[in-house]
Design a protein around this ligand. Sequence first.
Ligand code: PLP
Length: 404
Amino acid sequence: MFDITKIRADFPILKREVNGKPLVYLDNAATSQTPQQVIDVIVDYYHRLNANIHRGVHTLSQEATDAYEQARIKIQKHFNIAKPQEVILTSGTTHSINLVANGFSSLLKEGDELLVSAMEHHSNIVPWQMLCERTGSVLKVIPMNANGELVMEDFHSLLSEKTRLVFCNHVSNALGTINPIEAIISASHEVGAAVLVDGAQASPHIKADLQALDVDFYTISAHKVCGPTGVGMLYGKEAWLKKLPPYQGGGEMIAEVTFDKTTYADLPHKFEAGTPNICGGIAFGAALDYMNSIGFETISSYEAELLAYATEELLKIEGLKIYGTAANKTSVISFNIDGIHPYDIGTILDKLGIAVRTGHHCAQPIMDFYKIPGTVRASFSFYNTKEEVDVLVAGVERAKNMLL
Ligand SMILES: *Cc1c(COP(=O)(O)O)cnc(C)c1O
């Protein structure tokens, strides 16, 4: 059973006040809050385990290594990944995508084509533009419609035997759209293109089965699934990870080093140069345990209720327009009110203790598409409540009355 009072009690930060008001945290698409269970794991690491991993013969190092490798296996199981060596621990989605983009430098040639969706986060655009500059490949855009859905007919006509790579987010952080990645993956594979899905925004809401999806690369950041910042995952099919050259050189990623020649370590270590975020990796595993203890079906059905309620209530405000009205979306509402800059609404909401994001949400092409400077974005998590939706709606009303 879903006991919201009990769940909220797990998150110490939800008890704090902001500007004299109870915090209403609705910026979950930017980062999620951390439950006591995960905080305890972080504290315990520094109390009991802190040591460098994979190298020491001493007990602390072995225990820290075990805990870190157990976290990798938790991540593997969570995403139904075939082998633990297909799980590369990175510093987050941005790092994961750069690792892949860098690796493709030596695999692409001039005139090869890459397809990117129109609703990507900058971290799934810029590394590919840099790759195109290095290789002479061409980046083409899969357009979206006014509801914030990809135009699949256009996607199919853009695909050709020149297409080498396709990138798309599983869920848009700016609009909440759940993209039809199954169809994108299978059609891309038909022309021999590999697919990277940015799962950063899907991961708090959807438990993806990566073997069933048959995706080539999938990325997430721990801090969006109740874990700490500075750690994340790159999933890659083993065959691809073997083909890609290492990203960074250093300790941990080598088999043997001489001044004549260095050979690289096996997966996953080939892509894990240097001392990793050990505590963060362990806490990442604990965060997935926490979310699984609630259950992703429970989470998504509760969040769907919050989304429906918040959408209905916000639309009662005259002049309010929601961007991103896809039939299939997660609990993100991007909106504006006629004649008011989103930043001004965000500032007044903050005075009322309500945390939302304003601006372009690292997705400027979406804002250009709608010809707006940005939006106010309220993003809901399983620890939010209908009462908080009411506080938001009253706050937006108040901001509107003050600003118009
Ligand atoms: C948050 C997010 C990112 C970037 O994640 P980092 O943790 O900042 O690397 C990329 N894509 C999407 C869809 C996101 O929501």
